[in-house]
Design a protein around this ligand. Structure first.
Ligand SMILES: [Zn+2]
Length: 460
């Protein structure tokens, strides 16, 4: 995922596993407490296997375009669990006309996605109808940056003080591992779901989502999807979007000694910058969404690169900036683009030079929509209830400011989806990226319990 900017207050303690046994407990609660504690015991029994699996997965450097080994490793594991495994390649021809397709520039060669299907029994559960579930996670990781800054190799999978280190450990091989071991746990308990559980390990999430888009285009579908991104087990049904843009501002070159007779593109850009900052401020004042902890940081606009001028004593005649324009949840990408264009037009309208030399705006590369699942959607309610049962208090429900594959499920897959997984986004994409193993274990337990409650099914 894109790195999220948020307050350090986000570093709350991870939830501890908790099953409350109050005096007014009904038989049903007693039974669920029993199941939760049994799941806990079975996950603990698999702990070593789980940690070794995550370690090996981190040791496979699944950088964009090089995810194959990690994907075969996942596919083998899913086959060993008896799942029906499809290895599905992302093909440009199948995706290029899809409205959500972003070409991330990675060659379409062996871009493999893995989908494991645990077939449901189809038996009608005692309460309600069987509902199928997708557990989705991305296997691609972002580059390591300078390896010398890391305490050890980014592909070490080293464990120190309960933290497992390495690129992708937090974002999001821990989440993929928790999903897989949730299924293994249930199998070790003799559980068979009533409806299908699909485990999807996809590529290309960090650069635009071609992997999940492939699974949608190929027709893999369920009644809900959980993407186990590192949310610290906060429940996130809403994500902002992000659009990459480029703006060119023209000036007129002149020897610096004659500056008043030239036009500085840098100084003209300053007007553009002010106008866009004003727009960003207004958008946040007008938009209200209680799921975001910082009302001024829901759809930030960032100017990320800037190039201008070629000589200190020449008035610069061109400036090019590239940046990222946030899309508000519920806002269409076209509305967001229009808002940005209007801010440039307003800057131009108030300046005689810019009026005749309008800043040029173009949109390129990542164009991520926002996405949302209603807070009263069954999957959101189910996870909230189960989280409360397992950890003793309701989950933090919040929106996230980064782009993720959630939008593909909600906007193009007709599937309600949430982000909910182990790891802290503050530790993603960083030097010495790491994940807390206790939290991975906790996530495995809660995911296993979610499968039993969402999909229905029987223990032998
Ligand atoms: Zn991620």
């Amino acid at each position: 995922m894109e790195r999220r900017a948020s307050s350090p207050a986000g570093r709350a303690r991870r939830p501890s596993l908790h099953v409350s046994l109050g005096t007014n407990m009904t038989t049903k609660t007693a039974r669920s407490a029993d199941v939760v504690s049994k799941i806990g015991g079975h996950v603990d029994a698999l702990r070593r296997e789980l940690v070794v699996f995550l370690q090996k997965l981190v040791q496979l450097p699944s950088l964009p375009g090089y995810e194959q080994k990690a994907q075969y490793f996942i596919a083998d594991k899913l086959r060993s669990l008896g799942l029906v495994v499809d290895v599905v390649a992302s093909e440009l021809d199948e995706l290029k006309d899809h409205p959500a397709f972003c070409d991330d520039g990675v060659p379409f060669r062996d871009r493999l996605n893995v989908v494991g299907r645990w077939r449901g029994s189809g038996k009608l559960p005692k309460s309600g109808i069987p509902r199928s579930l997708i557990l989705n996670g991305h296997i691609d990781v972002v580059p390591t940056g300078s390896e010398t800054l890391w305490s050890e190799s980014p592909w070490s999978g080293a464990i120190r003080e309960g933290q497992l280190y390495g690129r992708g450990s937090c974002d999001m091989k821990a989440g993929v591992t928790a999903s897989i071991f949730a299924l293994e746990t249930l199998q070790s308990m003799g559980f068979r779901p009533a409806a299908d559980v699909l485990l999807e390990s996809v590529i290309g999430e960090e650069s635009g989502g071609v992997g999940t888009l492939t699974t949608i285009v190929k027709g893999f579908k369920a009644d809900a999807a959980i993407i186990t991104e590192p949310t610290r087990l906060h429940l996130c049904p809403v994500q902002s979007g992000a659009l990459t843009f480029r703006v060119k501002v023209a000036g007129r070159a002149m020897h610096a000694c004659m500056k008043p007779y030239g036009v500085s593109a840098i100084e003209k850009f300053f007007l553009v910058l002010q106008s866009v900052q004003e727009l960003e401020r207004k958008r946040h004042i007008e938009y209200k969404n209680p799921l975001y902890e910082d009302p001024n940081n829901i759809a930030p606009v960032n100017f990320g690169t800037i190039r201008a001028g070629e000589w200190p004593s020449t008035v610069p005649d061109e400036l090019i900036v590239e940046g990222r324009f946030g899309v508000l949840p519920g806002e269409s990408t076209s509305a967001a683009r229009e808002a940005m264009a209007a801010a440039l037009a307003s800057a131009a309208a108030n300046d005689p030079w810019l009026k005749d030399h309008r800043p040029q705006l173009e949109w390129f590369e990542g164009q991520f929509e926002s996405g949302q699942t209603a807070q009263d959607a069954p999957i959101v309610r189910t996870i909230s209830e189960i989280h409360a049962k397992v950890f003793g208090s309701a989950p933090v429900v919040q929106g996230v400011t980064y782009g993720s594959d959630l939008r593909l499920f909600t906007n193009h897959g007709d599937t309600p989806a949430v982000l909910y997984g182990p790891g802290n986004i503050f530790d993603a994409h960083t030097v010495n990226e790491h994940v807390d193993l206790e939290e991975v274990l906790a996530a495995t337990k809660v995911l296993a319990y979610i499968v039993t409650q969402w999909c229905g099914g029987d223990f032998e």
